[in-house]
Design a protein around this ligand. Structure first.
Ligand code: ZN
Length: 146
């Protein structure tokens, strides 16, 4: 998993408060032990699983909490893929971006407020990968110091 400063750095790029970010990041990693990671592990995202968990985060931490949540799982997915050696650096970004696209598409048109919000966030995080992908790979690469 990426180090906490990596999570915080990219959360700040999305304009998220770093205190809120630290709190939620450690909550996801420590308390929940990534029980909620299962929609980013493996080959597919389970949208229904994501919605259930996202709802809990939304209720508890609000909209910015949801942003931290999606970003956290995205960074973890990049990290996992990068360290697996299964995909080249370029491939890692392509695959994770494709998952975010898939997520945004799968949720768009959903009536629920949560769907709309998640679609927006997935698109936003995808934009971040497009702009900062290279730097992100550097920060997450094995042996990176941040
Ligand atoms: Zn994590």
């Amino acid at each position: 998993m990426p180090a906490m400063p990596v999570h915080r750095k990219y959360a700040q790029m999305l304009g998220l408060d770093s205190k809120m970010c630290s709190m939620i990041d450690s909550y996801i990693d420590r308390v929940k032990r990534h029980r909620f990671g299962n929609f980013t592990v493996g080959e597919t995202w389970s949208t229904s699983e994501l919605l259930n968990v996202a709802e809990l985060f939304y209720e508890r931490f609000g909209e910015s909490g949801l942003r931290v949540f999606v970003l956290h799982h995205t960074l973890d997915a990049i990290c996992r893929l990068l360290h697996s050696g299964r995909a080249s650096r370029e491939r890692v970004l392509v695959e994770v971006s494709a998952r975010l696209d898939e997520l945004a598409r799968g949720l768009s048109g959903g009536e629920r407020e949560l769907c709309k919000l998640l679609t927006e966030i997935a698109t936003e995080v995808r934009g971040l990968l497009e702009r900062e992908g290279e730097e992100l790979l550097e920060d997450i690469a094995p042996g990176a110091v941040l």
